[in-house]
Design a protein around this ligand. Structure first.
Ligand code: URA
Length: 209
């Protein structure tokens, strides 16, 4: 698998355009992120296998499709991942949640881990890693590696925006992990920000700037 699946549904693109606008408030940004994450979650789970279960409707018995296997795991890369997580949990409330705390060293742009907590049986579940910005890909690569080290074998990566450089580096390091995004932007700038992007996702989400 190489490249990324771009979710170009008009609703996703419309909401993303409002999020990019620097005039959009913190409250508006957060609400839109929650809404857009629902739509992205729909796409990233589109091909999940189903099994038939016997149920009884008020009219008759039927073989009804339900999602097969163990509950999904959503792995949020802190702190911005939590913005995507909220909407995903609205759509899949039974999902298990992993948290991976990584911050980006402002000098080296390399990820430093400060927190990790995940369900034990990662090897038996589909793990969807969520982080809004796939920029240098350093954090995404580290987060996925950490999950693999803990046994995960079936992983997908979901972001809101990606830089072409980030997608290429991520694909090269984790070719087995499909990437889903709402947009692949133009490039990364010298500070590791996505251009045109939307700025710092965590700051936009939490009003910390
Ligand atoms: N992280 C962000 O929040 N924004 C970017 O543009 C790049 C990384």
């Amino acid at each position: 698998m190489s490249g990324a699946t771009v979710v170009n549904h008009p609703l996703v693109q419309h909401k993303l355009s409002i999020m990019r606008d620097k005039a959009t408030s913190t409250q508006g940004f957060r609400r839109l992120l929650r809404e857009i994450s629902l739509l992205l979650c729909y796409e990233v789970t589109r091909d999940l296998p189903v099994v038939l279960q016997t149920i009884e409707t008020p009219i008759c018995e039927m073989q009804a499709p339900t999602i097969a296997g163990k509950k999904l795991v959503f792995a949020s890369v802190l702190r911005a991942g939590n913005g995507l997580l909220e909407g995903m949990l609205d759509l899949v409330p039974s999902a298990r949640v992993a948290h991976i705390g990584l911050y980006r060293d402002p000098e080296t742009l390399k990820p430093v881990e400060y927190y990790f907590k995940a369900p034990e049986d990662l090897n038996e579940r589909l793990v969807i890693v969520v982080d809004p910005m796939l920029a240098t890909a350093n954090s995404a690569i580290a987060a996925v590696q950490r999950l693999k080290d803990r046994g995960a074998t079936n992983i997908r990566f979901l972001c809101l925006l990606a830089a072409p450089e980030g997608v290429a580096k991520f694909n090269e390091t984790h070719p087995d992990v499909p990437v889903f995004t709402a947009s692949i932007d133009e490039k990364l700038n010298d500070h590791g920000y996505i251009v045109p992007g939307l700025g710092d996702a965590g700051d936009r989400m939490y009003g910390t700037k």
